[in-house]
Design a protein around this ligand. Structure first.
Ligand code: F6P
Length: 495
């Protein structure tokens, strides 16, 4: 078997010997490859998803900045992407898409429940998001987390060329760096966390804290969205592991480890270009006239997640309507909720809660033909999304905690005429960069309601000054800048 990982004093090998039900044929779950990839990306999901077409099933590139930023880099050299295809059971055989080799890793139904829905999304997700829901520390979820991480590490070890680069992404795979280092000490290893890294006193709750910290320290470069996240990590690793040295020369087990902030971004140019097409302008006009030409449009676009503060935002809007400071004749709120993690209990409860609230507000304040909230529970294709951004006078981004929040950056990218107002939660990574937005504490409903009102009233010249400054920032710091900064830190021969 592979190298053991410490799990609070035990090793996984011992766990597996003690429990015959875990006797899985691991090699059947890892795609078989030869060591030929100069760069390997490892993330929970593959960069593609399956779609039904008239000629049968096909793979389609998934939306998102990560895939667009990395694709050109990967296409220039032998490379592969390791991830889960999204279904329980056997993995599809490896395949090429867009000149990148996709290496699907299998997850059993139990692993989907325990590794993905359990440890990743009911333990780590709430803990890393300021415990806005209570994290569940279930001992039976830990072993599957270790087991699946080892599978991803083995797949990367099989795929990477001698001296190659492996870049591991996100909270699902925090043990992969140290496991992979044991298997392949010749590789350059990077890790990037897309979600917040929590404050010390919260992380300290985690029963497996040492294993997670040691897992991450297997990387040569450990990247976070914000400098606060990086600082929290350094503080904790100094306390719970043998990490030592000055902040700019950290040492762990005889290696130099770089720990820093690399704020992720979007393909700014792509959003800007899409926003300026004639088709988008027409579509945005259509949306505006359907919502009522004279009405101001407020927009929210979020994954349906309890971290996003959707309910608080609706309450603030309800307050404005109740107090008469806004009326459905004057404004319409469009709230898009993209379905997410629908089998997880907290997400089911959130959906009912939001839908009840939307019904309540529409019932109380709606007039025939004048609905206060237009609620869409689906994901939208990018051209419809961009047209909605163009139609919106005010964009509400009010998470209780968010690693970055790319919706805020997408909205800004589409405002090529420097109109529109972004209301942005102070608890997002984006707020550290988008300082000319109207920053708000989303927990403070009164202030949030006041801020929405100020956004609706913001004079055109102020909109223009603020938006121009926001746009300057995201044009310079786009997702290509992010990927280059990280990869150059990992290996300056790459560019
Ligand atoms: O932001 C973290 C993240 O895991 C993203 O990588 C992903 O796009 C999103 O949340 C949705 O997550 P899931 O893979 O659970 O659907």
């Amino acid at each position: 078997m592979t190298t053991p990982v410490s799990t609070r004093g035990e090793t996984i090998e011992r766990c597996e010997r003690n429990d015959p039900s875990t006797a899985i044929n691991e090699s059947a779950l890892v795609p078989s490859t030869s060591r030929t990839s100069d760069i390997v990306i490892v993330s929970n999901r593959l960069p593609v998803h399956r779609v039904n077409t008239s000629t049968g099933d096909a793979w389609e590139t998934s939306p998102g900045g990560l895939v667009s930023a990395l694709t050109p880099i990967l296409q220039k050299r032998p490379s592969s992407w390791i991830g889960w295809a999204g279904n329980a059971g056997d993995a599809p055989t490896p395949f090429k898409h867009d000149r990148i080799t996709n290496l699907p890793v299998a997850l059993s139904a139990d692993e989907v429940e325990d590794f993905y829905e359990g440890f990743s999304n009911r333990t780590l997700w709430p803990l890393y998001h300021d415990a806005v829901r209570t994290p569940e520390y279930r001992r039976r979820w830990w072993k599957p987390y270790v087991q699946v991480n080892r599978r991803f590490a083995q797949a990367a070890a099989n795929a990477a060329a001698e001296g190659g680069i492996v870049w591991v992404h996100d909270y699902h795979l925090q043990l992969v760096p140290s496991m992979l280092r044991e298997l392949r000490p010749d590789l350059r290893l990077g890790f990037f966390l897309h979600i917040p890294f929590p404050p010390r006193e919260l992380f300290m709750q985690l029963p497996w804290r040492e294993s997670i910290l040691e897992g991450l320290l297997g990387a040569d470069v450990v990247g976070f969205q914000t400098s606060e996240g990086a600082q929290n990590f350094v503080h904790l690793t100094r306390r719970y592991t043998s990490l030592s040295g000055r902040r700019d020369a950290l040492q762990y087990r005889g290696r130099h480890v770089r720990i820093d902030a690399f704020p992720v971004s979007i393909d700014t140019q792509k959003y800007e270009s899409l926003a300026t097409t004639a088709e988008t302008q027409r579509r945005a006009e259509r949306y505006r006239s359907r919502l009522g030409k004279s009405r101001r449009i407020i927009l929210g676009v979020d994954r349906l997640d309890y971290t996003k503060g959707i309910d608080i935002r609706l309450r603030a809007y309800q307050d404005l309507l109740r107090s008469g400071r806004a009326s459905p004749n004057e404004v319409a709120l469009v709230q898009v909720c993209v379905p997410s993690r629908e089998r997880v209990q907290e997400y089911k409860e959130l959906k009912s809660h939001i839908e009840r609230l939307v019904g309540e507000i529409n019932g109380e304040f709606g007039e025939l033909g004048k609905t206060p909230i237009h609620y869409l529970h689906r994901s939208l294709p990018i051209d419809e999304l961009v047209a909605l951004y163009r139609a919106a006078d005010v964009m509400l981004v009010t998470p209780l905690r968010d690693g970055m929040n790319l919706v805020a950056k997408e909205y800004v990218a589409t405002r090529f005429d420097n109109t529109g107002v972004l209301v942005l939660s102070e608890f997002t990574g984006s707020a550290k960069e988008l300082k000319s937005a109207l920053l708000v504490n989303p927990h403070d409903i009164d202030r949030l309601a006041d801020t929405i009102r100020s956004a609706l009233d913001q004079p055109a010249d102020e909109q223009s000054t603020r938006m121009a400054s926001l746009r300057r920032h995201i044009r310079r710091f786009d997702v290509y800048h992010w990927a280059e900064a990280f990869l150059l830190t990992l290996n300056d021969d790459l560019y």
